[in-house]
Design a binder for this molecule. Structure first.
Ligand SMILES: [Zn+2]
Length: 326
């Protein structure tokens, strides 16, 4: 399969990362980083339809995600956004719940059927099991389209943003959250960082996300980077230790044998060593994580999560559309 940039359609790229069977390539023209080869469309759909639920692992920490998403919705409202809010890749429905709590009508798109049922039973709002390009919604009929950690999953991110622009009126809002390829944490943890995995097709930077908006006819109104993890990021600590071979002495200290440090994050942890050793390791890691200057990296644009808000520049069918809602 020949390379083709998902952003600028340039036909040549260079491999920048291999992780198991996954390969990431960088476009030689616009430097966009994406999977290559891309999964076939059928295999791609199957990942989500057969995955069971999607995003449900967030539910035990729902209050943190809900708080984050309420902030996002309030920020959009302050900027003049109106409903309905359409969330693409609604997962467990937390962003939809945030929209409802702020008085907006909320609509979800989600391919994983159990997640669709979960949203319908718990929130009672409309959810369609389809891609945004096939959403049964009239042009100009929604006020906000959100892609909260879903745009990087799509085979045609620019096409999805264009579809979002078609569903919005002129001046309508798009909000996107994706992992930041430029993140300092990725540079330190390397390819072991948890968000480099087969479901993630695209790896955006502030510049490439702005370019994607531009191609979709959207003007960026806000772009910033933020910490992705609210609590101590043990997974980052483990990945970094493994990258530099520091996991071996820790595993020996905790008498883990051949087991990887990941087992420490599991629920049914059984250790052969005294508990004080685990407490000592956790305290040391927490202390080191506290020294990690993610706040500084936010300011530099190197934090782990990239968030951007954009507005529809000129609606292609604005003269024929008067549909509004909310
Ligand atoms: Zn390109």
């Amino acid at each position: 399969m020949t390379f083709r940039c998902l952003l600028c359609a340039h036909p040549t790229g260079k491999r920048v990362l291999t992780k198991g069977a996954l390969q990431l390539w960088r476009c030689r023209s616009c430097h966009f980083v994406q999977q290559h080869p891309l999964p076939e469309a059928l295999e791609y759909d199957g990942r989500y339809e057969d995955a069971g639920s999607y995003g449900m692992q967030q539910l035990p920490h729902k209050h943190l995600f809900l708080q984050r998403d309420v902030t996002v919705v309030r920020d959009l409202l302050r900027r003049g956004a109106r409903g309905p809010l359409l969330d693409v890749g609604a997962g467990a429905g937390i962003l939809l719940e945030a929209a409802l709590s702020q008085g907006l009508t909320a609509i979800g798109l989600e391919l994983a059927k159990p997640s669709v049922e979960h949203i319908q039973t718990t929130l009672g709002c409309a959810v369609h099991a389809c891609a945004i390009e096939q959403a049964p919604l009239a042009p100009g009929s929604v006020g906000v389209v959100t892609f909260s950690h879903s745009l990087e999953h799509l085979l045609d991110p620019v096409g999805a943003l264009r579809a979002a622009a078609r569903l919005l009126p002129e001046g309508g809002f798009v909000h996107v959250a994706v992992p930041n390829w430029r993140a300092a944490k990725r540079h330190v943890a390397g390819k072991g960082i948890p968000w480099i995995f087969p479901e993630h097709i695209s790896y955006f930077t502030p510049r490439s996300l702005a370019a994607a908006f531009e191609r979709a006819g959207l003007d960026v109104v806000a772009m910033r980077t933020l910490p992705m993890v609210c609590d101590a990021d043990y997974r980052f600590a483990i990945t970094t230790m493994e990258r530099f071979g520091l996991d071996r002495p820790v595993r020996r200290f905790l008498k883990l044998g051949d087991r990887r440090l990941d087992v420490l994050l599991g629920n049914d942890l059984q250790l052969a060593c005294p508990m004080w050793r685990l407490r000592a390791v956790v305290a040391t890691v927490r202390l080191l994580l506290r020294c990690w200057p993610e706040r500084l990296f936010c300011w530099l644009g190197w934090a782990e999560e990239l968030r951007a808000t954009a507005r529809v520049r000129c609606h292609p069918a604005s003269s024929q559309v008067s549909g509004r809602g909310g």
